[in-house]
Design a protein around this ligand. Sequence first.
Ligand code: PEP
Ligand code: MG
Length: 325
Amino acid sequence: RQAQYRRLRSKPSVSRDGVEISLLLNAGLLVDLPAMVESGAGGIGLFRTELQFMVASSFPRMNEQKGLYAKVLDAAEGRPVTFRTLDIGGDKVLPYLRAIQEENPAMGWRALRLGLDRPAILRTQIRALLHAAAGRELKIKFPMVADVSEFVQAKALVERELKHLKRHGHKTPSKLRLGVMIEVPSLIFQLEELFQQVDFVSIGSNDLFQFFCAADRGNTRVSDRFDPLNIGFMRALRRIVTRAKLAGVPVTLCGELAGRPLEAMALLALGFRDLSMSASSLGPVKAMVRSVDIGRLSARILPKLEPGSGPVDLRKELRAFAAEH
Ligand code: PEP
Ligand code: MG
């Protein structure tokens, strides 16, 4: 199998009916980078910046952060990289940041919420990113946004930093793209307002599913009760991808769902064309992409999502389709 996937590395990621699918890598540390070239990924769809903070014994300074981000961009050799700002708090505890006791850390003071309340931390990170990407394209996305106004605040902070750098004569990124992780269900009901503000969106299906089904992603006793291929969640994802396309906003999905071939097949049926996943998933998912006829797949799966089409077991449908073709 491994050898078979390695042979796929230089093969295009195109479906049987000629649809190009962009397969990107989820990464977070320097050790993840060789996998981008080895696996033939088109770039990094999710760079989890908190990992540098989690393995450090004190807050990484601006220059340390900048150093890592520059190395990531160097390794990408012009391939797109999307950095996600710090997703700490909740269960991602930093030993040097005083933790606060919370009943529900996943829904607590974490990620961008913390970043907006402690702007010095976020500002330093943004400055490091802007410096690291001087003269190159920079893509930044913000985690755990629940309301469009949070993104608007984050964007204002980035713009202030950019102005500051320019005023001091520093070179700035050649292009700057700012986006949002869709991982809180409330955003699904403010997509139009969101799309007016962002350059792109990226679905964090791990968190989105946990909040959608109210099932702790780390507690298998409850998370295993619900199939991510359930009709409610599939309709939610379908709504996002359809409306993003209508609005002309690029959309990717970077949760674990993208890395499992059968689930990724469902995503193709829904209309997703950009998926980001861990290195070990790239081979199996590319093999699936190259073997599937997306037109026929969508024709079979999408009608099942229509109201009134009776009880459906999408997992069974997808397995049957895969077996037939
Ligand atoms: C997600 O929530 O799907 C995601 C990609 O982010 P993380 O797994 O780091 O929370
Ligand atoms: Mg998440």
